[in-house]
Unconditional design. Structure first.
Ligand SMILES: [Zn+2]
Length: 551
């Protein structure tokens, strides 16, 4: 059927051609006459905490609705990357999108370790097979993360692009979108043409990056954008909790990228903060700059922004304050007198950690909502019992999974909510999950979930049947994402970042992690005399020179 359609259009001859440059606008008139194009849409995303003791396996990506293909895949992220991509692509005439069979996110989120080679091959082979059977494509959009950790595959996102390139051929264009916690270098762009990375942390701009990917990919296919890129990798490795872009100096780097995009037409700057909890050869910060056929400009901007990051390296590391759980709970008692407070247990990578819960109990913190403690076994037990609201509760929860999770904690109280759980971004949790809230102590509630979860918006508690307004403190498993709903919104007056006394996985003390691939001894601040040489500042000679006619 596809072939027939293409033959029919070929019969239109010159009438199907559009002059170069005419399609830069998305007016339906310009595109109604444009050559029909087909774009494959694919998704394979995981942020892998490779230090966790249990692997991420095939089954983790298989649940009701996943894998997805066709319209189901295209509709799978209405407010994130794919949603933005689909919306803009469909503003153009004669653009056909094809959702290729792809796994959606892991039902364990980022709460599991290395992806097995089997799981990676299983899904990528299926994606490639589907891509082949769907016929000719002018381009492919790959919705990726950048910190996917696969056993025996050094750079999985680049490998995905390489495999897709083999199918769509050298003339096709490939665009990727990424999370800023990606560990990237120039490899992906050897196989792909375009990369668009979220700039803000919390991750506010996924939809926007999807929109840009669509528009630029279509311009490439139509011959209006000739992508050239420059990549710089300042040797800086930072834990995620320090990377909040709502404050300087991280905000300043985002602002620098935005400024370049604002002042130069057709420039895109991707700023990867890097992801330290993935043991990867390319872990750490990275900048990619794309221009429309101007390699000198790409180099200049890449040097400028990488140099800016390097100059700010000390501040990037030392601006954020993280305290122990003991100190955090003590501070929260005072802070609660002034208004609602968030206790963000940033370092828990299993979801099962009980250190903060132990301190809440020991220091008799009241009116506190603890969300969540992950305990799959406890949830299975409760499910078998047919748990319901009002049941008395006396069980040990959390801990056990590994040393970072600590000891299980016995909670005696009353079941106050039973629900299906929520996703990180809102909406229902994957699969038929069971989440249970238990009232205990002086106005406290602890929520038990099967897997690690970050509650990023207080209103997500409403979906669990819990009214957040009735609490004064929120003890959550989150690093930075919580700012979205808890502090950027003004809902909470203050926040306190906590981690255990010992440097477990997730710690800000990265020197304690057992890296085998990441060259930590060559990365600031973990080695003395790390050298990074960039052009400028103070040298104008290399700049290709554009008179600022609008300045
Ligand atoms: Zn991220």
């Amino acid at each position: 059927m596809k072939i027939q359609r293409r033959q029919a259009l070929a019969g239109l001859g010159a009438a199907a051609m559009v002059p170069l440059g005419a399609g830069a606008q998305t007016s339906s008139k310009a595109n109604a006459n444009a050559r029909p194009i087909r774009i494959a849409v694919m998704h394979f995303v995981h942020e892998t905490v490779t230090f966790l003791p249990y692997d991420t396996v095939t089954d983790d990506f298989i649940y009701e609705g996943s894998p997805a293909r066709g319209e189901a895949l295209l509709a799978s992220q209405p407010v994130s990357y794919i949603g933005g991509f689909v919306t803009v692509a469909r503003e153009y005439g004669n653009v056909e999108l094809v959702g290729i069979e792809s796994p959606l996110g892991s039902k364990k989120g980022s709460g599991s370790g290395w992806i097995t080679k089997d799981a990676f091959d299983h899904f990528l082979n299926k994606m490639i097979a589907d891509l082949k059977t769907q016929g000719h494509f002018d381009g492919a959009y790959l919705c990726l993360h950048g910190a996917m950790g696969v056993r025996d595959v050094a750079k999985p996102e680049a490998e995905i692009a390489r495999r897709v390139r083999e199918v769509i051929g050298p003339k096709g264009f490939i665009a990727g979108t990424f999370d800023p916690h990606g560990n990237e270098d120039a490899e992906f762009l050897r196989h792909a043409n375009l990369a668009f990375c979220i700039k803000y942390y919390p991750h506010y701009d996924g939809y926007l990056q999807g929109e840009r990917a669509a528009r630029t990919l279509i311009r490439c296919i139509r011959g209006q954008y000739k992508p050239v890129s420059a990549t710089r990798k300042p040797p800086i490795l930072t834990p995620s909790v320090l990377q909040w872009t709502g404050a300087s100096p991280w905000m300043d780097l985002v602002q620098r990228a935005l400024t370049w995009e604002a002042r130069e037409p057709d420039v895109y700057v991707s700023f990867y903060y890097g992801f330290a909890f993935m043991d990867a050869i390319d872990a750490g910060m990275c900048f990619q700059v794309m221009t429309n056929g101007n390699p000198e400009l790409a180099d200049h901007i890449a040097d400028d922004i990488a140099g800016t990051a390097w100059r700010l390296r000390d501040e990037l590391l030392h601006h954020t304050k993280v305290v122990s759980h003991t100190e955090g709970v003590r501070l929260a008692k005072d802070a609660m007198q002034q208004g609602k407070v968030v206790l963000a247990d940033h370092s828990d990578r299993t979801g099962a950690a009980t250190w903060l819960l132990q301190q809440i109990i020991a220091q008799k913190l009241s009116n506190t909502l603890i969300g969540t403690i992950a305990d799959e076994d406890a949830i299975n037990t409760l499910r078998k019992k047919g748990v319901k609201v009002g049941d008395p509760f006396d069980m040990e929860i959390g801990g056990r999974i590994d040393v970072s999770a600590g000891k299980p904690v016995r909670i005696k109280g009353t079941v106050s909510s039973v629900s299906g759980g929520v996703m990180h971004g809102g909406g229902k949790a994957a699969g038929s999950q069971l989440w249970v809230g238990v009232k205990f102590g002086d106005g406290n509630v602890v929520v038990i979930s099967p897997y690690l979860v970050q509650i990023v918006e207080p209103r997500h508690f409403l979906d669990l049947g819990i009214d957040p307004d009735t609490f004064k403190a929120f003890a959550i498993k989150s690093r930075v994402h919580f700012h979205r709903g808890f502090t950027d919104s003004g809902y909470c007056k203050s926040f306190i970042l906590v981690e255990p006394d010992q440097p477990f996985v997730g710690t800000v003390r990265l020197e304690a992690l057992n890296y085998t691939h990441t060259p930590i001894k060559k990365l600031y601040p973990y080695a003395a005399n790390v050298v990074f040489t960039v052009k400028g500042p103070g040298k104008l000679g290399d700049y290709p020179g554009r008179d600022g006619t609008t300045e």
